[in-house]
Design a protein around this ligand. Structure first.
Ligand code: NAP
Length: 254
């Protein structure tokens, strides 16, 4: 059977866990060669092995998205191993515990650490992927958060970084549309991943979370992966500069 991503090479940052891992597995199952980039190399290798169970070829790459040299090296390595990138998904992200404090009590180091990974890391991955995406007339998907769209009541660095990712994705869409490159952003609501492990730890906490979600389910990473795959695919060939909210309806429920 022909896969939607046969012959394509896609880099997924944060591919060692959660949404990035599920996206890497989904893309590989549809024929892509996936570069699984994560700061935890063991986790990147684990995802690559899992994807390989389908007979797919994956390349595990360790590195820090907030460090330009690491990102440049990762892109060059993937291109050497598999060919020019036609897709990118930026899922590497962090939440800092200090972000639960009121804005005036958040330390600059914590704020900058979150912005460094979530926003600067997205900028660097997109920057170094773009020459290849232009060559292949490819597509990219950034992962922001509903924190970019509504006041969650916490998350200074997180909200600032995700608002930046959402807005900056539109800039890339406008600047690179003439090269045939599409750029779209996904804003997930609450997703059951290691990042939210603490929040969804008890059945009571899961129940509470569900009450704020019209669909009354906390999302699974695979439900974000399928949307990322759609946005990267030719099925979304006339979509660019869009923000897709994948939150079970939480944002529209007021
Ligand atoms: P996750 O399971 O923690 O996965 C994130 C991955 O990114 C981890 O493997 C992490 O490695 C990696 N990473 C973190 N910093 C990195 C860096 N500097 N360089 C390279 N890799 C790095 O979290 P997730 O829930 O899948 O989150 C994926 C994206 O979705 C994030 O951008 C997050 O902000 C966004 N999001 C998540 C939710 C949610 O409810 N889960 C909601 C809205 C948006 P380590 O394990 O070593 O940290």
């Amino acid at each position: 059977m022909v896969g939607r991503f046969d012959g394509q090479v896609v880099l997924v940052t944060g591919g060692g866990s959660g949404i990035g891992r599920a996206t890497a597995l989904r893309l590989a199952s549809e024929g892509a060669v996936v570069g699984v980039f994560d700061r935890d190399r063991d986790h990147a290798e684990r995802t690559a092995r899992e994807a390989g169970a389908d007979g797919a070829a994956c390349v595990a790459i360790g590195g820090d998205v907030s460090q330009e040299a690491d990102v440049e090296r990762a892109v060059a390595h993937l291109v050497r191993e598999a060919g020019a990138l036609s897709g990118l998904v930026t899922s590497a992200g962090i939440f800092h515990p200090e972000d639960f404090k009121p804005a005036a009590e958040v330390g600059l180091d914590a704020f900058m650490a979150v912005v460094g990974v979530n926003l600067v890391g997205t900028f660097l991955a997109v920057k170094h992927a773009l020459p290849h995406l232009v060559e292949r007339r490819g597509a990219l998907v950034t992962i922001a958060s509903t924190a970019a769209l509504r006041g969650h009541g916490f998350g200074s660095g997180y909200t600032a970084s995700k608002g930046g990712v959402d807005a900056w994705t539109r800039l890339v869409a406008v600047q690179y549309g003439c090269h045939g490159v599409r750029a779209n952003c996904i804003c997930p609501g609450s997703v059951d991943t290691p990042m939210t492990g603490g929040v969804h730890q008890t059945p009571e906490a899961v129940e509470q979370a569900k009450q704020r979600i019209p669909l009354q389910k906390v999302a699974q990473a695979e439900q974000l992966a399928s949307v990322a795959a759609f946005l990267l695919s030719a099925d979304a060939s006339h979509m660019t500069g869009q923000t897709l909210v994948v939150d079970g309806g939480t944002t529209i429920a007021g």
